[in-house]
Write a protein of this length. Structure first.
Length: 150
């Protein structure tokens, strides 16, 4: 579980780096020269390609307190630099719900139905949802409740 949290922190760090790269023109990124910028771009693209296979254990990160501290420090600084933009997601929030939805649509079982309803209910507990996202989730929930009751 601790390793999963560390992987999430690393994912967050790379997501924030990517946002900084998108927000600022390359010459305006504070504290980074052109060579470092090119190296960072390379790391970002490589990480995107391997992030699903990335293992924190492989690099000995779980036992490296200095690396963990460095990741936390960089993440904090990037969040401060980005301000409110740091918390905006580029990916839709209903992705887990959509995966459960596809499973239910492909095979109408009670287990898939319950997993879908549970995923929707869990997503509805998210305090950061917009009213539009809440409406979409509630509509989906009602649709599947109606579908199963027929």
């Amino acid at each position: 579980m601790e390793n999963e949290d560390l992987k999430k922190q690393i994912d967050e760090l790379f997501r924030l780096f990517k946002k900084v790269m998108e927000k600022y023109p390359p010459d305006d990124i504070p504290g980074i020269d052109k060579a470092q910028l090119e190296q960072l771009k390379t790391y970002l693209s490589q990480y995107e390609q391997i992030k699903d296979q990335f293992s924190v254990e492989m690099y000995g990160l779980p036992n490296n307190d200095m690396a963990r501290h460095f990741i936390a420090m960089l993440t904090k600084r990037l969040r401060e630099q980005l301000g409110d933009e740091a918390d905006t997601d580029d990916e839709p929030r209903v992705s887990e719900v959509e995966a459960k939805e596809k499973a239910f649509e492909s095979l109408h079982t009670g287990e898939n139905y319950q997993a879908l309803i549970d995923a929707i209910d869990n997503e509805l507990k998210n305090k950061d949802l917009s009213m539009e996202e809440i409406d979409i989730l509630l509509d989906k929930r009602q649709k599947y409740l109606n579908k199963i009751s027929k």
